[in-house]
Design a protein. Sequence first.
Length: 198
Amino acid sequence: MKLLLASRNAKKLRELKRIVAAEGIEVLGLDDVPEFPEAPETAPTFEGNALAKARDAHAATGLPAVADDSGIAVDALNGMPGVLSARWAGAHGDDAANLELVLGQLRDVPDERRGAAFVSAVAYVAADGSEVVVRGEWRGTILREARGANGFGYDPIFRPDGLEVTSAELSAEEKDALSHRGKALRLLLPHLRGQSSR
């Protein structure tokens, strides 16, 4: 079975490939298919954005498609940046600026009120057009400075509950086992298995 991940993010692509590796599923990214118009991410929820991306990818290619929308929800910021996580500082995907802005916004927030959760909604549109949306969350705390060189986005300032390291200090395999996206993708696996066996 070929499965299209509606993303050009190489790190997300590698993550999905690692998680479905044992399922005999070939994962393609947007760079592997002819270009098509991608709708902007304007939904107010992770689920809405993920589903819009998966629907566009399936409609344009006819392939079963998976898309995720993910970000960080900071308690002291009333759940923001949320769906705006990738462009919190203005420019899309400027990880360093996004980190600095969140750290600045939390500068005066005491340690006990620095809770946050990484959230990932993953949408799947099957070859027959049926749809499934799943959600994974990973609770933790926002630190006062960045640590670690693995991962991407807000990983260097997020210390998962129960750990003494940031998610940017975990190996790829450790992160897959614990992360919001890993949790969501594992919830999706039974649906993918059902399709790949047809």
